[in-house]
Design a protein around this ligand. Sequence first.
Ligand code: NAD
Ligand code: IPM
Ligand code: MN
Length: 358
Amino acid sequence: GVSKKILVIPGDGIGQEVTAWGKKVLETIAANFNHTFTFDEGIMGHVAIEATGDPLPAETLDKARASDAILFGAIGHAKYDNDPTAKVRPEQGLLKIRKELGLYANLRPIKLFDDLLQASSIKPEILQGADILFFRELTGDVYFGEKQRSEDRATASDLMIYHKYEVERIARKAFEAARTRRKKLCSVDKANVLEASRLWREVVQEIAKEYPDVETEHMFIDNAAMQLIKDPKRFDVVVTGNLFGDILTDEASQIAGSMGMLASASVGDRVGFYEPIHGSAHDIAGKGIANPLASILSAALLLDISFGLKDESQRVIRAVDATLRQGYRTMDIANKHTANDMLLGTDAMGAQVLKNLN
Ligand code: NAD
Ligand code: IPM
Ligand code: MN
């Protein structure tokens, strides 16, 4: 077997509740396949601010740099959401770790498990067969451009900025992935209005010439948001900027049934970082009802992408599939049309997946 160091950063709210299960799945895989995974834990977000005053303590960043992969939960606290004037915020920790680790490509696969066809608010016949892989650029855009506030505090701005090399590298990753799939790539921007988007489109058009076997289309973000719900099957690989990708993938979570189903992989220069796309979910935090499958599926991405353990990764996905097949559901993916589901909390759902792993 292989020997690997994994840093676990549970974060805040339901991040704590669900990441415990992503970790347990990794422990079980290690035991079943004779691998040695060594776990360390780091703090980030609100819990880190409370403990150290810093949303990303240097110690956590050092541990991240020294690990072979990172499993992250979520950060965020209602306190800051309701106080726009707070200078130190949990989200700064997440943005900083993405930048520091060079995690410029955020892969967000949208895959509908067969048994969740009835869980979505979208009609089954529209959904069936939908399978999209988003490439969200993660270390540029309006997220990292200069922020300003006038002295009288009455004017504010965030600079939307992209450099050519940033668009090139994410586009290449997306085209490469399209080659292994249905060979269709849709680049989403707002090039009819924004200069940063015109650069984006120009660069993607240029890179597209290197991939004549991939069918490339360009779509404006407003249209893309609509097409995604109208006919999700028309999409294969979607590549887009940081902000548009953030918004489109929360929307796309409804294709998979729930935010609680969507995993992601952030990759780039070195170490891989794996996290659900959802946040700390104040509305359900502490109740023990959060869906742990996004964290468990993030662990599956970690095994595949960072460790190259494809069989192990497939085993995790099959265990999730088996659990859903047996009718087990958390609240968020309960069948909207019938009452045949067996409703479970976070821990019972996680335990059921573990049982199916053995
Ligand atoms: P959210 O993703 O936390 O929650 C949105 C909705 O989805 C809520 O109704 C929530 O209950 C539901 N939901 C999310 N994950 C779920 C799960 N695993 N199981 C069942 N239901 C789930 O988004 P929000 O409410 O806009 O933000 C809450 C906080 O989280 C904010 O402070 C925000 O900044 C932060 N946030 C962090 C991340 C991250 O750490 N990557 C992502 C998004 C939001
Ligand atoms: C996400 C989150 C983050 C983002 C926030 C919490 C900074 O929404 O991971 O999708 O906007 O990238
Ligand atoms: Mn988001």
